[in-house]
Design a protein around this ligand. Sequence first.
Ligand code: ADP
Ligand code: MG
Length: 295
Amino acid sequence: YQCKAKDMRSEDELGRGAFGAVYRMRHRKKGTVMAVKKIRATIDNDERRRLMMDVNVACKSLDCPYTVTFYGSLFHDGDVWIFMELMDRCLDQLYKLVYEKLKLTIPEAVVGKMAESTIKALHFLKSTLNVLHRDVKPSNILINRSGQVKLCDFGIAAETINSFTKTNIGSKPYLAPERINPTDNPSFDQRSDVWSFGITFFELAVGQFPYPFPKDVDIFKQLELVVKGRPPRVPDSAPVSPELRSFIHRCLTKEVSNRPKFHQLLDDPFIKRTETEDTDIGPWFRDILEREASL
Ligand code: ADP
Ligand code: MG
């Protein structure tokens, strides 16, 4: 990938995560724009080597329309820069905007398209690259003005990054019950991603996080609730169809051996229905952006 750090000009900061920030950057001469994730230099050489290996995995995912395209990466001043396709919003920003700022809801047909894209991305990564995501959450699913929904941050040093994610106090628990105390289940199973996917789509469909955590309950209490409590159930008052409700509940099966795998979710009646509807979510999303601009 022929692109040097000094050729790139930083524009806006797009967001911040546990271990770095993402910027919109423009190539000074060509004018092309990209999203660049800059990971702080604090990781050691071994972790870096692993990171670069995982970036290579990301580069191989070019054939999937549901994963964010990776252009390459470089080291600069000790930081790792990861170049990727620029998207317009992550679903975390989007659902807060829709439910909290605009006091609207995300229509079920839109939720369906988002779920279909995400599960197809997860299935592609597993079946063709043998990669599990390990950090499925709304901020790792991105949308653009054309209405495309794409998964990002897969395979990027899952080990390195998830050790940060887990200790990232203050973040919400998307982690599956069996991952919270992984001594019993040392190897990561795709169904742990399915749980996180279920929490994510509960949040997008209902407009609130499935565990009602008061501000004063710390992350350890929250994790305990995930492990010991009953699985979340979509409230009766939520405006979701029986198909969507049971789709979410299937993903949120506590016992990992009873939880569906990706290919079983692809055959779920909710996803089948979504596929036949073939909704274009571009117009809906552009309308939301216009409403945001006029707030
Ligand atoms: P996290 O996923 O935990 O929020 P990240 O560092 O991965 O942390 O990303 C920070 C934010 O940057 C995301 O929440 C998202 O809003 C934004 N972002 C990440 N990648 C892109 C991209 N390719 N295009 C546009 N925005 C992005
Ligand atoms: Mg991310």
